[in-house]
Every structure is written in C-alpha cells, then in structure tokens.
Design a protein around this ligand. Structure first.
Ligand SMILES: [Zn+2]
Ligand SMILES: [Zn+2]
Length: 421
C-alpha cells in the first residue's frame, strides 16, 4: 500500500507537484509554479516535511516552487541531473528578480533559493540509487538537456513519473531513453494528448524561408522562444539550413546557452552547437538593440510567450514595419500576450496595445511528445493504471485511454487527487 497525492498539474500545464508516500518515506516529485500568472500560482502545499525531492528538469513549471520548502526551514535533499541545478538556478534567480521589479510578493527570497541550491545532489541517468525503501532510477526524458523521468521501485511495485518528455530526436538533444521497463503505475504529461505535431522538416523549412525572405526585403526577423532548450534548437536549425545573415541572441538564452555548453555530453551533436554559436553575436545593451534593428538580421530572444524579456523591446521598435517578422516557436498558454497576438493581431501587455504590421506566425518546434508518441510510449510501458497530468485536456485523454485502449486511466483533479494504491 502507498499513497499518491497529486498537488499540481491538475488538468492544467503548470505547477507540477506529486507526493509518493510509501509509508516509510515521503518522496516529492517536482514543485513548480504556474509561471505566466501574476502573482505566480503554486501547488497545493505538501503537508509535513518530505524526505526527498526528485526534480525532473529545470523549467519553472517543475522547479519554480522549490525554495518554499527552505523558506519553511525544511532542509530536504533535491536529486536531479547536474545541469538541472545550473539551469534551475538561472530561471529561479530571474523569476525572483522580475517579481521584485514588478512588486510581486513571492513566498521566498534569494536567501531561500541559495539554501535550496545547497541541498542539490547530482545524479546520473540510468544509475539506480536507493533511498530508505525506494530504488530510484533517472532515465533521459529527451525534453531539454538534463530532463529526467523517474522510476520508483518499492514493495515489488514500479511507478514511473515522466516529467516532460519527447519521443523524437531534436537537433539539440536525443529523444527519451528506450530501455524503460514495463511499470505498474504511470504518471504521464499530456501536453499534446490531443494532436500530433506539424511535420518538423516542413516547419524548419518554413522558418528558414521566412528568415531569408525577411532579410531579402530589408527587414528584421525576430524569433522568440524559451531560453532553455528552444532558442538553442532554433539556432541549430538555422545553422543546418545555412546562415548567411547576421544572427544575434538576446535575453536569458545567452546564459542558458553558456550553461549547456559546459555539459557537452548531453547534447546530440556538441560540435554542431559550437559551430552554430560561432556565428552568433550576443546583445549586451539597449544601445546595441537600437543599432542592430536598423539593418537586416535575425534576432533570437526571450520570452517564449511574449510576457516580458528582450522581445518586448524589439516589438516596440518593429511593430509597424511591414518588412519585419516575428516568429513564435512554442506553446502559448491561454491569456498570455503571445496567445492574444495570434488571435487578435495585437500586442497587449505592459500598458501597450499595438497593432502589429510586421508578419507574425507561430511555428511548432515543441519538445513535448505528440499524440502518437504518447500512445506508443504508454503501450511500451504497459501500466496497470495511468494518471494523466500536465495538459489542458487530461480528462478527455484519460477518457480516450479508458474507452479506446482499455486502460485504467484517471485525470487527477482538485477534488480527486489522493489515491490509495
Ligand atoms: Zn518542460
Ligand atoms: Zn512542464
């Protein structure tokens, strides 16, 4: 007997948090935020002190609430792949900085973050380690560098928590680990449970064409994306298809790229990343931004959903330039400026309400498993029971798994989140 308590990512993408209580130990898996809300929303609080935290990857919807434990003066070891510590630190420091600037109260401060980082214990993929009763193995989830799935084995049972994962190679990293055993319980992300991704090759070609056409007509092509994973992927695509224009990188992507370059073994092709980076110039000041938008170029910048970051500076300068273009390269959550822009053609944020005359398009370079991959993965690990989390349509997904595939599947919700297993 054990208890699974789902404290977040309940029928939504954001604030992932799960607790496995084996009776001997309390294991928390991820503790994130719903980042694009102001103030950020946190998971349902965990009762009592956990024994350990397993961190699947650095993205804030998985890591953003971790300092809360240390603000509450709990000192809990956090296990994760080493690069995850560095990338989480980057994202968490930035989120504290932005909250402070915007006068948003967070339930922790920089001191709590420093405490959090001191408790980090690096682990390796495919090297099992033992807690009191539970054996834990981290498998490569193929989502961003360092992203892990966790296999928990206790009392003769196997439970797999996927975190975010990808069953296809990207240019930056390889797909998820193949050798994952069959399990009894599966907690799976469901971001794209409803649809498959657009054809990757065609998306790459389209981005390259838009970039080249923009340059030819004398405009600036701004490509916005997430700092950790996505913009490096975009750069690798541009490099593969041929860069013969100036490329700049702005915002947090610079620091994220520097971190990734330190863990080359996690990259699919480190030499290619080196080669691509040799063609990039980093933007260091607003003065430089002012200068570079005057000539045709490509600018890779954050943030992915246009909620802030350097991309806002470029929108301000280029919004009514018909020769320029703005490409969004990731998932756009409801109510974000990115989503609203795609729907209305207007950038509405931070006191601005601009009609964009520059060309705007969303391309699909997702690092999440698509619908077919999700079903294939589930068949492979063949669970007795499935918990569908981290998606906007988890209920429909669990229903489809039950009715069409005959699985015992559930979408945990606020009123149905504690399971005795
Ligand atoms: Zn993620
Ligand atoms: Zn996520």
């Amino acid at each position: 007997m054990f208890q699974l308590i789902c404290n977040g990512a309940l029928m939504e993408v954001g604030r992932s948090a799960f607790l496995v209580d084996t009776g001997v130990e309390k294991i928390v898996m991820d503790y994130g935020t719903k980042v694009r809300t102001t103030p950020p929303q946190f998971p349902i609080p965990i009762q009592g002190k956990p024994d350990v935290i397993l961190l699947s990857h650095a993205h804030l919807d998985h890591s953003g609430g971790l300092p809360i434990f240390y603000a509450n003066e709990h000192s809990v070891p956090i296990y994760g792949i080493e690069i995850t510590k560095a990338l989480s630190e980057l994202l968490l420091r930035d989120s504290i900085k932005i909250s402070t600037e915007e006068g948003v109260h967070l339930p922790f401060d920089v001191g709590d973050l420093n405490e959090t980082l001191k408790n980090f214990i690096p682990i390796n993929f495919r090297k099992p380690f033992k807690l009191k009763k539970t054996q834990v193995t981290a498998f490569d989830a193929g989502h961003i560098p360092g992203s892990a799935m966790f296999l928990l084995e206790f009392g003769g049972k196997k439970l797999l928590y996927t975190g975010d994962y990808n069953t296809d190679d990207t240019r930056l990293i390889k797909k998820n680990d193949d050798k994952i055993p069959e399990v009894d319980y599966l907690i799976t992300e469901s971001t794209y449970a409803e649809r498959d991704h657009l054809n990757r090759k065609e998306q790459e070609k389209e981005m390259n064409e838009i970039a080249n056409d923009t340059i030819k007509s004398g405009g600036v092509c701004v490509i916005s994306g997430f700092a950790v994973g996505r913009l490096q992927e975009v750069l690798l695509i541009l490099n593969k298809l041929g860069i013969d224009f100036p490329v700049y990188m702005d915002g947090m992507a610079k620091s994220a790229t520097t971190i990734m370059n330190k863990w080359k073994s996690l990259m699919r092709n480190p030499d290619e990343l080196d080669e691509a980076l040799s063609k990039v110039q980093y933007v260091n000041s607003d003065n430089m931004r002012k200068k570079i938008v005057k000539k045709p170029c490509v600018i890779l910048t954050t943030s992915g959903m246009l909620t802030g970051g350097a991309v806002v500076q470029y929108i301000k300068r280029l919004y009514d330039d018909r020769k320029s273009s703005l490409l969004l390269t990731g998932y756009q959550l409801e109510d974000t400026p990115g989503k609203m822009l795609l729907e209305t053609g207007r950038y509405i944020s931070k006191g601005m309400n601009l009609e964009l005359k520059m060309f705007v398009k969303r391309l699909d370079f997702s690092a999440h498993v698509g619908k077919t991959g999700l079903y294939d993965f589930i068949k492979k690990v063949n669970p007795q029971k499935i918990f569908c989390i981290h998606g906007d349509h988890t209920d429909e997904f669990a229903g489809a798994l039950k009715e069409k595939e005959g699985y015992d599947a559930v979408a945990p919700a606020a009123n149905n989140r504690i399971f005795e297993l």
